[in-house]
Design a protein around this ligand. Sequence first.
Ligand SMILES: C[S@@+](CC[C@H](N)C(=O)[O-])C[C@H]1O[C@@H](n2cnc3c(N)ncnc32)[C@H](O)[C@@H]1O
Length: 419
Amino acid sequence: MGSLLSGIPGPAEQRIGLRVTPAAERAIRGGHPWVFERAVRQQSRDGRAGDLAVIFDRRRSFLAVGLYDPHAPIRVRVLQHGEPAAINQGWFQARMAAAARLRAPLGKATGDTTGYRLVHGENDGLPGLVVDCYDRTLVLKLYTPAWIPHLRDVLPALADVVPVECLVLRLGRAMQEQPQSLYGLSDGAILVGPPLGGPVVFRENGLRFEVDPVHGQKTGFFLDQRENRARVRGLASGAAVLDVFSYTGGFSLYAAGGGARSVVSVDVSRPALEAALRNFERNQDDPSVARVVRDRAHEVLAEDAFEALARLGRDRRSFDLVIVDPPAFAKKRAEVEGALSAYGRLTHLALGVLRPGGILVQASCSSRVDAETFFTAVHRAAAAVGRPLREIERTGHPIDHPIGFKEGAYLKCLFATAP
Ligand SMILES: C[S@@+](CC[C@H](N)C(=O)[O-])C[C@H]1O[C@@H](n2cnc3c(N)ncnc32)[C@H](O)[C@@H]1O
């Protein structure tokens, strides 16, 4: 397993000792997984990414042990709170097994859903590490190079928990700017198995989707919207549906499967829309999807979503169900105001093409914008154009995207009708 990993040194034998500010001590005692650079008061020695750091309190008692990253504002990502532990293959295996148990109700046994998130970083006690499963092709996404010296332990731990035919490595953007910490590993490297010959196909609630784990956005698919997509399937019968920020046609295909009369998918990414068309083609054993394909009732628009919505409005197009699932608009605190105004503009534009009595589904994946603030922004924008929304449902995270700490809550979605 993993010849690419053979030249990578493991973490230093000796752990780094750290003392932190009283506020950081309190946060760690409360189970928070991050220790910021600015909170470090004393450090026993310099270290490399992936060395283990032990945080002690004022009385020199053990608080936590975690992964050290000398270049990141999050200086330590805590692996274990409260009592010391040997961080080794067995430790990783236990965390991964716990994560797998949490996902057991997902219905994998029936084969209807073979795509799910096995490890959701901090929220599963493995900070900065994500594992998404697309059937037996897994994508390991890292957000800190501190994981690299541990991969020789992580990979066998993972293979103990789930079958791995292929394992693709994806690297967060910040990591790709630190080649000196990557030991020759690159985004899209295949760590287990032969090179991928084409897209990987997996199932979600019975529908087949292709995913490109090497080049696709995030790990290739937005697994977190699975339950919202299923809700849309239940609302789409006979509807003209507009799926804005459609990516590879997730909501669009569910809508077609739910009996939509027509579907329009809008995304700025042309490759994503080409995959959306292929996803419709490969689900024609579903008679509702087959009818949409046969009637040429699935239209794709490779355009900026704001411009497309404005144009559809000018053209007096109207839809019974409009889904708006944009990318994260606020990754930093300074971007929150701009994000709220963008959400409001999207609500306004979406209502411009939603027929009276139609359903708006609007989501946000910005963790910086809390749920209440987001829902308020959407309601205000709707009220401002004289179409106060009547809520059907507010939804949050699915079971494979647990929330383990405050910053882990990012996904919220409103289902509402507009007069
Ligand atoms: C959160 S993902 C949508 C996931 C999708 N709804 C699904 O169920 O798979 C956001 C999408 O927005 C697209 N995007 C980003 N900026 C855009 C823009 N200005 N106009 C249109 N699409 C955009 C990205 O290409 C990406 O596919």
